[in-house]
Structures are given as structure tokens and as C-alpha cells.
Design a protein around this ligand. Sequence first.
Ligand code: NI
Length: 168
Amino acid sequence: MAIRKIVTEEDPILRKKSRTVDKFNDKLAMILDDMKETMYHAEGVGLAAVQVGLLRRAVVVDIGDGEGPLELVNPEIVEADGEQEGQEGCLSLPNKWAIVKRPLHVKIKAQDRHGRWHSYEAEGLKARCFCHEIDHLDGHLFTDRMTKMLTQEELRRLQEERRNGKGD
Ligand code: NI
């Protein structure tokens, strides 16, 4: 396993559409393992392959609820309902946080590293994370969908709350 470099906002690759994964081989397994290691090293809750420079429809997610890490290959949202508004950030946009509206509840389907399909249901933070990561696969960033960018002062306060254990 290896920690890969996370591409940031200026890199035009983040705006490209990722390709469907059709080979479920050792190379895919290695990419997914590297993505997990990279996500944990960066203390993120999700990472899309495009963020390590690979235009493949693959995502890893671990929001710390005991069900991660999830490997989502060719993920698709099959149902979405409700609405939530909350803070969102991205490992590719360090130091940017914004208020983003997302569905409260989603059902998705995705393949695993062996090509088998699975269904997942998520609410709250996990639903937000699924939507955010699937957006990456189509070249969308959270700043496209934000209702309000947090100011440096709001960001500082948020980070302080996190340090004091009050954040999510
Ligand atoms: Ni992101």
C-alpha cells in the first residue's frame, strides 16, 4: 500500500468525468488499498479516485460509524429524499468549507473490488459523503452546490469547536 498525492483545486482533472471501471483485477485492488491509506492519512471521511489523479469511478468512504471502510466501485444513487443543510469540506480544497444542501437520505448501489453489486442506505453525514464523492466522479465539487462559503472567522470557530469535541 502507498499514500498517494491528493490533487488540489487548480488541477483541471477534478473537472473531468471519470470512466466506468470494467476490470476487477489486482490493479483495481491496489488502487482501492492506496485510496484507503491516503484517505486515513489525510484524516478524510471519503476519497474519490480522481483525487489521486485516476479517472475511474471508484470511491472509498469511512465516516467512523464502524461500517467503513466502504469500497464503492461504479456507485450510483438510486433513491434520494429529504434535505439537509450543513458544513462540507474536501481534501482537494484544503481550508475551504461551505454550507451545502444535500438529500437527507439516499440509497445507492455500487460494486465491490470483485465486481459484485451491493446496496447501501445512508442518512445524515454518510448520505452527504456518498453524494459528495459521487459528485467527484462527474467532475463536480462541493463549491458548485454551496449556498454559502464559510469565512475564515467562521472556519476558525468551527475548528475550535472540533478541537473541543463539539463538532461532528
Ligand atoms: Ni471531496
